[in-house]
Design a protein around this ligand. Sequence first.
Ligand code: FRU
Length: 309
Amino acid sequence: MTLVAIGACYIDTILTTPHYPGEDEKLRASKISRRRGGNCPNTLEVLGQLLQYGPSNTESSLNLITVLPSKASVASHQIQSSLGNMVRLDSCIYRETFNEPASSYIIASQVTGSRTIVNYNELPEMTCAEFISAVESLHTVTDRPWFHFEGRAPDVTLECIHYIRNHFPRAEISVEVEKPGRPGLQELADEADVVLYSKGWAQYHGYTSAEDCLRDQSLKTSQASLLCCTWGHDGAAALEPKTGNFAHVPAHTEGLGVIDTIGAGDTFNAGLLYGLIYRGQDWDFRKRLGFANLLAGLKVTQEGFANLQ
Ligand code: FRU
Protein backbone atom coordinates (compact mmCIF):
# COMPACT_ATOMS: atom_id res chain seq x y z
CA MET A 1 0.00 0.00 0.00
CA THR A 2 1.36 3.41 -0.96
CA LEU A 3 0.97 6.17 1.61
CA VAL A 4 2.04 9.66 0.60
CA ALA A 5 2.15 12.34 3.30
CA ILE A 6 2.39 15.96 2.23
CA GLY A 7 3.42 18.60 4.75
CA ALA A 8 6.21 20.72 6.18
CA CYS A 9 9.38 19.45 7.77
CA TYR A 10 10.99 21.33 10.68
CA ILE A 11 14.07 21.21 12.80
CA ASP A 12 12.82 21.60 16.36
CA THR A 13 14.91 23.21 19.10
CA ILE A 14 13.28 22.36 22.40
CA LEU A 15 14.00 24.14 25.66
CA THR A 16 12.58 22.37 28.70
CA THR A 17 11.75 24.93 31.38
CA PRO A 18 10.31 24.55 34.89
CA HIS A 19 7.37 26.76 33.91
CA TYR A 20 6.31 28.87 30.98
CA PRO A 21 8.18 32.21 31.21
CA GLY A 22 6.45 35.52 31.64
CA GLU A 23 7.16 38.25 29.10
CA ASP A 24 10.56 39.89 29.72
CA GLU A 25 11.45 37.23 32.35
CA LYS A 26 14.89 35.57 32.44
CA LEU A 27 14.58 31.84 32.91
CA ARG A 28 17.10 29.01 32.91
CA ALA A 29 16.11 25.94 30.94
CA SER A 30 16.89 22.53 32.39
CA LYS A 31 17.52 20.98 29.02
CA ILE A 32 17.99 21.72 25.32
CA SER A 33 17.41 19.21 22.55
CA ARG A 34 17.25 19.31 18.78
CA ARG A 35 15.38 16.94 16.55
CA ARG A 36 13.60 16.76 13.25
CA GLY A 37 9.93 17.68 13.50
CA GLY A 38 6.96 18.53 11.35
CA ASN A 39 3.53 16.95 11.54
CA CYS A 40 3.81 14.64 8.53
CA PRO A 41 7.43 13.61 9.15
CA ASN A 42 6.54 12.84 12.79
CA THR A 43 3.53 10.79 11.68
CA LEU A 44 5.63 8.89 9.14
CA GLU A 45 8.40 8.23 11.66
CA VAL A 46 5.87 6.54 13.95
CA LEU A 47 4.21 4.66 11.09
CA GLY A 48 7.61 3.43 9.94
CA GLN A 49 8.11 1.76 13.33
CA LEU A 50 4.64 0.26 13.36
CA LEU A 51 5.16 -1.25 9.93
CA GLN A 52 8.64 -2.49 10.69
CA TYR A 53 7.43 -4.49 13.68
CA GLY A 54 3.85 -5.03 12.55
CA PRO A 55 2.29 -7.83 10.51
CA SER A 56 4.75 -9.05 7.90
CA ASN A 57 2.24 -9.10 5.04
CA THR A 58 2.03 -5.31 4.84
CA GLU A 59 3.68 -4.48 1.52
CA SER A 60 4.11 -0.83 2.18
CA SER A 61 5.77 2.27 0.95
CA LEU A 62 5.78 5.43 3.06
CA ASN A 63 6.57 8.59 1.13
CA LEU A 64 7.07 12.18 2.20
CA ILE A 65 6.50 15.13 -0.10
CA THR A 66 7.92 18.22 1.57
CA VAL A 67 9.95 21.30 0.73
CA LEU A 68 13.57 21.08 1.91
CA PRO A 69 16.58 23.40 1.65
CA SER A 70 19.35 22.53 -0.83
CA LYS A 71 20.08 18.84 -1.23
CA ALA A 72 23.66 19.36 -0.08
CA SER A 73 22.71 21.31 3.05
CA VAL A 74 23.46 19.94 6.50
CA ALA A 75 19.77 20.20 7.37
CA SER A 76 18.63 18.09 4.40
CA HIS A 77 21.15 15.40 5.35
CA GLN A 78 19.96 15.46 8.97
CA ILE A 79 16.36 15.20 7.87
CA GLN A 80 17.10 12.27 5.56
CA SER A 81 18.92 10.32 8.23
CA SER A 82 16.28 11.07 10.88
CA LEU A 83 13.67 9.20 8.86
CA GLY A 84 15.71 6.02 8.38
CA ASN A 85 15.02 3.61 5.58
CA MET A 86 11.28 3.18 6.12
CA VAL A 87 10.34 6.57 4.66
CA ARG A 88 11.14 7.50 1.06
CA LEU A 89 12.22 11.08 0.41
CA ASP A 90 12.85 10.68 -3.35
CA SER A 91 9.95 12.97 -4.21
CA CYS A 92 10.90 15.89 -1.98
CA ILE A 93 11.20 19.37 -3.43
CA TYR A 94 14.62 20.94 -2.85
CA ARG A 95 15.08 24.73 -2.79
CA GLU A 96 18.67 24.86 -3.99
CA THR A 97 19.26 28.51 -3.09
CA PHE A 98 18.35 28.00 0.57
CA ASN A 99 20.42 26.34 3.29
CA GLU A 100 18.22 26.91 6.33
CA PRO A 101 15.40 24.49 7.09
CA ALA A 102 12.05 25.52 8.51
CA SER A 103 12.74 25.88 12.24
CA SER A 104 10.66 25.68 15.39
CA TYR A 105 11.69 26.99 18.76
CA ILE A 106 9.67 25.23 21.41
CA ILE A 107 9.27 25.95 25.11
CA ALA A 108 8.21 22.79 26.90
CA SER A 109 6.90 23.64 30.36
CA GLN A 110 7.46 20.92 32.96
CA VAL A 111 4.72 22.10 35.28
CA THR A 112 1.86 22.01 32.77
CA GLY A 113 3.24 19.81 29.96
CA SER A 114 2.42 22.60 27.47
CA ARG A 115 4.55 23.05 24.37
CA THR A 116 4.61 26.56 22.97
CA ILE A 117 5.87 26.64 19.41
CA VAL A 118 7.28 29.61 17.53
CA ASN A 119 8.33 28.78 14.01
CA TYR A 120 10.11 30.36 11.10
CA ASN A 121 10.08 29.19 7.52
CA GLU A 122 11.60 31.06 4.61
CA LEU A 123 11.33 28.20 2.13
CA PRO A 124 8.77 29.04 -0.57
CA GLU A 125 5.70 26.80 -0.28
CA MET A 126 5.15 23.94 -2.73
CA THR A 127 3.11 24.77 -5.82
CA CYS A 128 0.54 22.44 -7.34
CA ALA A 129 2.77 21.92 -10.42
CA GLU A 130 5.60 20.81 -8.10
CA PHE A 131 3.21 18.48 -6.29
CA ILE A 132 2.17 16.88 -9.58
CA SER A 133 5.76 16.24 -10.64
CA ALA A 134 6.54 14.89 -7.17
CA VAL A 135 3.61 12.46 -7.46
CA GLU A 136 4.73 11.47 -10.96
CA SER A 137 8.19 10.72 -9.61
CA LEU A 138 6.96 8.39 -6.85
CA HIS A 139 8.69 5.05 -6.94
CA THR A 140 5.51 2.98 -6.93
CA VAL A 141 1.87 3.86 -6.56
CA THR A 142 -0.47 1.02 -5.63
CA ASP A 143 -3.99 0.66 -6.91
CA ARG A 144 -5.63 2.42 -3.96
CA PRO A 145 -3.02 4.88 -2.68
CA TRP A 146 -3.59 6.98 0.42
CA PHE A 147 -2.72 10.69 0.41
CA HIS A 148 -2.47 12.41 3.79
CA PHE A 149 -2.26 16.22 3.78
CA GLU A 150 -1.22 18.49 6.59
CA GLY A 151 -3.72 21.27 6.00
CA ARG A 152 -1.45 24.14 4.92
CA ALA A 153 -1.59 26.61 2.02
CA PRO A 154 -5.27 25.70 1.51
CA ASP A 155 -5.56 27.04 -2.06
CA VAL A 156 -2.69 24.90 -3.29
CA THR A 157 -3.82 21.91 -1.24
CA LEU A 158 -7.28 22.16 -2.74
CA GLU A 159 -5.78 22.08 -6.26
CA CYS A 160 -3.65 19.08 -5.26
CA ILE A 161 -6.72 17.23 -3.94
CA HIS A 162 -8.58 17.91 -7.20
CA TYR A 163 -5.61 16.54 -9.14
CA ILE A 164 -5.68 13.36 -7.06
CA ARG A 165 -9.42 12.90 -7.41
CA ASN A 166 -9.03 13.17 -11.22
CA HIS A 167 -5.93 11.02 -11.61
CA PHE A 168 -6.33 8.50 -8.80
CA PRO A 169 -10.09 8.03 -8.47
CA ARG A 170 -9.59 5.09 -6.09
CA ALA A 171 -7.31 7.02 -3.73
CA GLU A 172 -8.31 7.85 -0.16
CA ILE A 173 -7.55 11.32 1.13
CA SER A 174 -7.09 12.40 4.73
CA VAL A 175 -6.61 15.98 5.84
CA GLU A 176 -5.28 17.28 9.12
CA VAL A 177 -7.09 20.39 10.30
CA GLU A 178 -4.77 21.69 12.99
CA LYS A 179 -3.70 25.33 12.89
CA PRO A 180 -6.16 27.61 14.68
CA GLY A 181 -7.07 30.63 12.61
CA ARG A 182 -5.66 29.38 9.32
CA PRO A 183 -8.35 30.28 6.77
CA GLY A 184 -9.48 27.70 4.22
CA LEU A 185 -9.19 24.56 6.35
CA GLN A 186 -12.96 24.08 6.45
CA GLU A 187 -13.01 23.88 2.65
CA LEU A 188 -10.25 21.25 2.74
CA ALA A 189 -12.19 19.21 5.30
CA ASP A 190 -15.12 19.18 2.93
CA GLU A 191 -13.00 17.47 0.24
CA ALA A 192 -11.54 14.72 2.42
CA ASP A 193 -12.52 11.13 3.17
CA VAL A 194 -10.99 11.32 6.65
CA VAL A 195 -10.53 14.50 8.69
CA LEU A 196 -8.33 14.84 11.78
CA TYR A 197 -9.14 17.91 13.88
CA SER A 198 -6.98 19.37 16.64
CA LYS A 199 -8.30 20.75 19.92
CA GLY A 200 -6.73 24.14 19.10
CA TRP A 201 -8.61 24.44 15.81
CA ALA A 202 -11.85 23.24 17.38
CA GLN A 203 -11.64 25.67 20.28
CA TYR A 204 -10.80 28.54 17.95
CA HIS A 205 -14.05 27.75 16.14
CA GLY A 206 -16.04 27.81 19.39
CA TYR A 207 -16.40 24.07 20.00
CA THR A 208 -16.32 23.05 23.65
CA SER A 209 -15.51 19.35 23.29
CA ALA A 210 -14.36 16.82 20.72
CA GLU A 211 -17.93 15.53 20.40
CA ASP A 212 -19.29 19.05 19.90
CA CYS A 213 -16.74 19.60 17.11
CA LEU A 214 -17.44 16.29 15.36
CA ARG A 215 -21.23 16.48 15.50
CA ASP A 216 -21.24 19.95 13.97
CA GLN A 217 -18.47 19.17 11.47
CA SER A 218 -20.42 16.16 10.22
CA LEU A 219 -22.89 18.69 8.81
CA LYS A 220 -20.08 20.54 7.01
CA THR A 221 -18.10 17.66 5.49
CA SER A 222 -19.96 16.22 2.55
CA GLN A 223 -17.60 13.35 1.61
CA ALA A 224 -16.02 12.20 4.84
CA SER A 225 -16.50 8.67 6.11
CA LEU A 226 -14.56 9.36 9.32
CA LEU A 227 -13.95 12.42 11.50
CA CYS A 228 -11.63 12.40 14.53
CA CYS A 229 -10.77 15.02 17.10
CA THR A 230 -8.13 14.92 19.85
CA TRP A 231 -8.67 16.87 23.07
CA GLY A 232 -5.49 16.65 25.20
CA HIS A 233 -6.27 15.44 28.74
CA ASP A 234 -9.84 14.73 27.63
CA GLY A 235 -8.83 12.05 25.15
CA ALA A 236 -10.19 11.78 21.64
CA ALA A 237 -13.39 11.08 19.75
CA ALA A 238 -14.39 9.71 16.36
CA LEU A 239 -17.57 9.89 14.34
CA GLU A 240 -18.58 8.12 11.15
CA PRO A 241 -20.99 10.58 9.53
CA LYS A 242 -22.39 7.94 7.17
CA THR A 243 -23.28 5.37 9.86
CA GLY A 244 -23.72 7.67 12.86
CA ASN A 245 -21.20 5.58 14.88
CA PHE A 246 -19.63 7.71 17.59
CA ALA A 247 -17.01 6.89 20.22
CA HIS A 248 -15.04 8.80 22.82
CA VAL A 249 -11.98 7.49 24.67
CA PRO A 250 -10.34 9.06 27.74
CA ALA A 251 -6.67 10.05 27.47
CA HIS A 252 -4.35 7.14 28.08
CA THR A 253 -1.45 8.05 30.36
CA GLU A 254 -0.88 4.81 32.31
CA GLY A 255 -0.38 6.91 35.43
CA LEU A 256 3.06 7.94 34.18
CA GLY A 257 4.03 11.59 34.17
CA VAL A 258 3.78 13.78 31.10
CA ILE A 259 7.29 14.09 29.66
CA ASP A 260 6.95 15.37 26.08
CA THR A 261 3.72 16.42 24.39
CA ILE A 262 5.36 17.65 21.17
CA GLY A 263 3.90 15.64 18.33
CA ALA A 264 1.23 13.84 20.40
CA GLY A 265 -1.36 14.72 17.74
CA ASP A 266 1.00 13.57 14.97
CA THR A 267 1.37 10.25 16.81
CA PHE A 268 -2.40 9.91 17.17
CA ASN A 269 -2.68 10.44 13.40
CA ALA A 270 -0.08 7.72 12.80
CA GLY A 271 -2.06 5.28 14.95
CA LEU A 272 -5.28 6.10 13.20
CA LEU A 273 -3.79 5.82 9.68
CA TYR A 274 -2.17 2.54 10.67
CA GLY A 275 -5.54 1.10 11.70
CA LEU A 276 -7.29 2.42 8.61
CA ILE A 277 -4.69 1.56 6.00
CA TYR A 278 -2.86 -1.48 7.29
CA ARG A 279 -5.41 -3.23 9.53
CA GLY A 280 -8.40 -2.61 7.25
CA GLN A 281 -11.48 -4.57 8.22
CA ASP A 282 -9.62 -6.54 10.93
CA TRP A 283 -10.05 -3.58 13.25
CA ASP A 284 -13.36 -1.89 13.75
CA PHE A 285 -13.96 1.77 14.28
CA ARG A 286 -13.54 1.64 18.09
CA LYS A 287 -10.38 -0.42 17.95
CA ARG A 288 -8.75 2.06 15.57
CA LEU A 289 -9.63 5.00 17.79
CA GLY A 290 -8.48 3.13 20.91
CA PHE A 291 -5.15 2.25 19.31
CA ALA A 292 -4.44 5.80 18.11
CA ASN A 293 -5.29 7.12 21.56
CA LEU A 294 -3.09 4.53 23.28
CA LEU A 295 -0.15 5.35 21.02
CA ALA A 296 -0.51 9.11 21.62
CA GLY A 297 -0.76 8.42 25.36
CA LEU A 298 2.46 6.39 25.30
CA LYS A 299 4.20 9.08 23.33
CA VAL A 300 3.59 11.83 25.88
CA THR A 301 5.16 9.72 28.62
CA GLN A 302 8.49 9.62 26.77
CA GLU A 303 10.85 11.91 24.94
CA GLY A 304 10.59 11.82 21.13
CA PHE A 305 9.08 9.08 18.99
CA ALA A 306 11.48 6.13 19.27
CA ASN A 307 10.35 2.67 20.39
CA LEU A 308 6.63 3.28 20.35
CA GLN A 309 5.79 0.02 18.64
C1 FRU B 1 4.63 19.06 16.39
C2 FRU B 1 5.28 19.80 15.25
C3 FRU B 1 6.73 20.09 15.49
C4 FRU B 1 6.95 21.21 14.52
C5 FRU B 1 5.64 21.97 14.57
C6 FRU B 1 5.22 22.51 13.25
O1 FRU B 1 3.30 18.74 16.07
O2 FRU B 1 5.15 19.05 14.04
O3 FRU B 1 7.57 18.98 15.30
O4 FRU B 1 7.99 22.02 14.83
O5 FRU B 1 4.68 21.07 15.05
O6 FRU B 1 4.04 23.22 13.33
